[in-house]
Design a protein around this ligand. Sequence first.
Ligand SMILES: *Cc1c(COP(=O)(O)O)cnc(C)c1O
Length: 463
Amino acid sequence: MPEPRRSDHTDYVAVNPIFSRPGEDSVASKYTLEPDGMLPETAYQIVHDETMLDGNARLNLATFVSTWMDDHATKLYTESFDKNMIDKDEYPQTAAIETYCWRILADLWHSPSPKDAIGTSTIGSSEACMLGGLAMKRRWQHARKAAGKSTEKPNLIMSSAVQVCWEKFCNYWDVEARYVPISEEHRTLDGHDLDKYVDENTIGVIAIMGVTYTGMYEPVLEISKALDAIQEKTGLDVPIHVDGASGAMIAPFLQPELEWDFRLPRVHSINTSAHKYGLVYPGLGWVVWRSQDLLPDDLVFKVSYLGGSMPTFALNFSRPGAQVILQFYLFLRLGHDGYRAIQQSSQDVAKFLAEGIGKLDAFELWNDGSDIPVFAWRLAEGHTSNWTLYDLSDRLRGKGWLVPAYPMPDDLADLTVQRIVVRNGLSMDLAANLLRIIEEETAFLDELDSPMPRPRVTEGFHH
Ligand SMILES: *Cc1c(COP(=O)(O)O)cnc(C)c1O
C-alpha cells in the first residue's frame, strides 16, 4: 500500500513550527492512531487551534444552551470533573445533591407533596423525555393488561412542532406518533380537536412549554380541560407530560400565575434542560414525576449506595456528576429572586429586539418573546421576491451573528421564519448593536433591484 502523503490536509493537521520540537513530526494524523505520541504542549496546541474555528458562542443566537458560568462555578466544575453520577456509593454527597435539586424543582413546579415526588437528573431533556415517555407507556401497558386488553398499538399525541427527541422516542420505543398540525389559527397545540386523536391506545399527550421553533407556550390548562371533557364522554383518563425544556425554568419566575405544572392533576411528569434556562453548562437535564406511583416499579433499577441500595431510572450508566453540583450551586447562589432577575433581563432584551424587528416594514412578528425570551418573525406578505430570510441570515453571519432561518414544521412548511433565542449574556448593548446590523442589512437587501442568487444549500433547522 502506498504511504499516504503526509502533506495532505484532508488526513493530517499541520503543526505550527513554533510548537513542533526537533525530532517531532510536523503533521499529525486525523484518522489513525500514530505509533508515537508527542509532547503534551504540542498536542494541546493542535487541539486548541482546531477548536478555535468553532463559532463565537456569545453571538450564537441559535442555541438555547448555556455558554457562560461564573468563576466559582468553574472552580467547582474543576473540583468535580471526576465524579461519576452512577457511583452513588463512592460519591454519596453528589447523590444527595442530586436529590436536593429535583426536590427543589418538584417544589418550584408546585408538586402537592415534593417529598412524595420522584425525579432524577439526566444528560439533557432528550433523555428526560425518553424517561417520561417510557413511564407513560409502561403505565398504559399495565392498565391494559390488567383489563385483559391489547397492548399492541400505543400512541402519543403531540404538536407537529415538537422537538426531535419526541420523534426519536416514538421511533425507538414503537409508539405511534400522532401529530396535531399547527396552523395560522392554532399556532400551538391548544386542545382543539383533541378528541379526534385520543383513543384507548393513547398513552399520553405532550404539552410543550416553549416550542422550539418559536418559543411559544402551549396552553397546558386548555389541553388539560380538553382531556377532562374527553374523559367525561369516553371514560379515557389521559395523562400529560410537560416538555418544559426551556419554559419550566422561565414560567415559575416570569409567569408565576400561569397554571401549567403540577397544579394541574393531569400533569404527571415534567422535564427541563438544566443547560438551557437552568443556566448550567451542557450535559444536564431533569425529569420529575408528581408522585412515586406514576413511575412504574418495574422500570426502576437498584444501584448500591452506602451499603444499601438506591433506585435509579436512566438510559445511561456512567455520566458526569459535575453539572449536578453546578445546578445546586446556582440554586443556592441565585435563589428565586436571582433566577427571576436573570430571566427577566433576558426577556427585556427579547422584547426590545422583537419590538425593533416588528417595526421594520419587511417583517411580521410570529410572536414577541413574552413567553420564553425567544421569538420568530417572517417576511411581510408581498414585501419582496428579491430576497428571503435565508439571505438575511447569511448577511448576519458575515457580521458574526448566528440568527437561523428555517421552515416551520410539515403543515406550515411553506412558511420560513427566523428566530432569536435570548440567553443570559446577550446584553442590551449587544442587542442594540445586533438590531442596528439587522436594520442595515435589511436596508441593503431592500435596495437590490434583482433577486439574490439562490444559495446552493439552505440551512437546516437549528435546535
Ligand atoms: C432543547 C429541547 C429538547 C431537547 O433538549 P436537550 O437538553 O438538548 O436534550 C427537548 N424539547 C424541547 C422543547 C427543547 O427545546
